[in-house]
Ligand binder design. Structure first.
Ligand code: NAD
Length: 334
């Protein structure tokens, strides 16, 4: 029986790039059924809700979701839908790999880094946000738990072992954020001892930013807290040619959601200009998660060949073509 995948086309450029990814999955012979549901602005306009119950039900039922970027309306009262999804389904690990493809406009050629970001705790989780009545004081809370730190650091080492990687670097700011980042680092050091086969390193986040730009080959797997992971993974995307090349997987115990790292790109929405590689790469991550490594490899090769040869590539890759031509170029190679 074919596997059913929940598909959320999303907002802005989402529907176009997700359509590109599903067409490629189909052409590669993946034999998926798709259950389409809505979230974000598109859902709000149709149902009055950003995350309708039937969307949550479909994500839970099928276990695996491919998702386009979602627009969170600006203004009070709207929590980020992505943060809500991660919390609701306990998607504690955000895995953001970046890999150099020949033919991009990137400054480096041999980047292969995975940022593993804790996805549910820390500064990013929106706890305790308060603004004083006069609007002159604002505060927010950051909470790190031993349980949260342990499971993400262990996830990073297990990923490193599974993928035959050599080194895990824990990125922190324990010198200043002594309680929260301090706990994360303490736990990271403890877990590191359980993995003597993998080299362990630690680095303060500001130094990590500089070293990523100057010596990215020093990094293999990065494990870090939520907000630092958010920022570092965009930096890493820049090393391989920009957000159009950056996928992300949100993984929990029972569910996983695969998506692009970037947002809904309202500036280019509806113009057939978006590079669909981010969601194609997310669907490759999804295939690996589902144990379909042969299909993942087949699509990776086709995508790499399109980018390297410059055949019908999008503007951000130095070409002059649109999303549909680029998709067709990948399909032609499958
Ligand atoms: P963005 O990531 O949408 O866009 C940043 C820049 O990158 C823009 O210039 C855009 O044109 C470009 N870009 C992004 N994806 C591209 C692609 N595939 N091909 C070519 N160029 C691409 O960031 P933003 O404009 O700050 O955010 C827009 C909306 O997206 C906001 O509502 C934000 O909340 C939301 N957002 C959603 C997610 C998500 O759903 N995972 C992530 C980040 C932002």
């Amino acid at each position: 029986m074919s596997k059913t995948i929940t598909v959320i086309p999303g907002d802005g450029i989402g529907p176009d790039i997700v359509k590109s990814a599903t067409a490629i999955l189909d052409k590669a012979g993946c034999d998926f059924e798709y259950e389409y549901v809505e979230a974000g602005l598109t859902a709000l306009e149709k149902t009055g809700e950003l995350l309708p119950q039937n969307t949550l039900d479909a994500i839970a039922r099928n276990g695996v979701t491919l998702k386009g970027p979602l627009t969170t309306p600006v203004g009070e009262g709207f929590t980020s839908i992505n943060v809500s999804l991660r919390k609701h389904f306990g998607l504690y690990a955000n895995m953001r790999p970046v890999l150099s493809f020949k033919g991009t406009q990137a400054r480096y050629e041999n980047i292969d880094i995975i940022t593993i970001r804790e996805n549910t705790e820390g500064m990013y989780s929106g706890l305790g946000q308060k603004i004083s009545e006069d609007g002159n004081e604002a505060e927010a809370m950051s909470k790190i738990t031993r349980e949260g730190a342990e499971r993400i650091v262990r996830f990073a080492y297990e990923t490193a072992r599974r993928e035959g990687r050599k080194k895990v670097t824990a990125v922190h700011k324990a010198n200043i954020l002594k309680s929260t980042s301090g706990l994360f680092l303490k736990v990271a050091r403890e877990i590191a001892e359980e993995y003597p086969d993998i080299e362990s390193a630690e680095m303060i986040v500001d130094a990590a930013c500089m070293r990523l730009v100057m010596n990215p080959e020093e990094f293999d797997v990065i494990v870090t807290t939520n907000l630092f992971g958010d920022i570092l993974s965009d930096l890493c995307a820049g090393l391989v040619g920009g957000l159009g090349m950056a996928p992300g997987a949100n993984i929990g115990k029972d569910c996983a959601i695969f998506e692009a790292v970037h947002g809904s790109a309202p500036d280019i929405a509806g113009k057939n200009l978006a590079n669909p590689s981010s969601v194609i790469l997310a669907s490759i991550q999804m295939l690996e998660y589902l144990g379909m490594a042969d299909k993942a490899e087949k699509i990776t090769k086709a995508l790499a060949d399109v980018i390297e040869s410059g055949d019908r590539t999008t503007r951000d890759l130095g070409g002059s073509h649109g999303t549909t031509d680029f998709t067709q170029a990948v399909i032609d190679r499958l």
